[in-house]
Design a protein around this ligand. Sequence first.
Ligand SMILES: [Zn+2]
Ligand SMILES: [Zn+2]
Ligand SMILES: [Zn+2]
Length: 329
Amino acid sequence: MNTVTLSVVRAQIGDNQSQVNREESNNNKKRGTLWGQRKSETAKTGAMICGACERELPEGSYSGEQRVRRQSSRRCEECVAAGNQLVLMRKGRTRPEEDDCPICNLPLPLDTNDNDTKQSIFQACCMKSVCNGCVLTARKRGMFDCPFCRTPTPDDDESKILAMVQKRVDAGDPVAMHSLGQQYQFGLLGLEKDVTRAVELYERAAELGTKEAIFDLGCIYDEGTDVEEDIAKAIQHYEAAAMRGDVSARFNLGCGEEDAENYDLALQHWMISAKMGFQDALDNVKTMFMEGLATKADYAGALRGYQSAVEEMRSPDRDEAERISPRAV
Ligand SMILES: [Zn+2]
Ligand SMILES: [Zn+2]
Ligand SMILES: [Zn+2]
């Protein structure tokens, strides 16, 4: 089938001025073999863990096709016959509460395309992303400070913004650790680029469960430009982030499985990602349908799920904010 470009563009957390997009590189060929590569876990015991029922079963309990898969995406024959889903596919199918705007409580729009205007603003004072609808409403009422915590906005003063972020890092806020990590990864807010420091901060945030930090670690190991490329580590991080409801991580897992020609797994990942409102995933499901790799029902289900996710992310305030010039927001 046509190669689906792996063009996840991830909105970076930053202040209003320093939002940066990152585009993931496509490591198709290398990854194709690595994703399908079997680990030597059976060497000693002859037993393998099923990714659905999580039982340790003798090698013979798996079909040849399943045996060569990673633990997280392998099912025993019993689970295949019963249609038991992988744990990887059961978890993280909806967006977590932390993805909601803290003011209107609606899920934040997915800022995944660098051609789009950002649809929410990250507040360095309280580490909250506030949707443009709520920002607009606050400004109409004459409030130009942070719409969530009312801290005066430091405007373009990078050193003030950095001090705010640092203060929250010192207080042990994992969202701040992730944000500071991004400033180091890209050399923003007047900081010298320092990927080692960024990885340290991401790891601290990841340990505390920040899915964006887990996803970014996955990207760093996947790209291998600033650290040594490690696809196994990248997958591990994408899986952990996806199971916490990270839409981009879920999408990337689909891309990896497609490269490895595990089309059934690719479809499952993209279906989940599409139903969370990610358009690229919906497009890929459509392509699979046109190529005969997905059914019409799959595509219809993905489309319905996508539309309702998009609907959930809309509100009259957000629509109004989108209509008017982004500069005015
Ligand atoms: Zn099983
Ligand atoms: Zn809002
Ligand atoms: Zn605030």
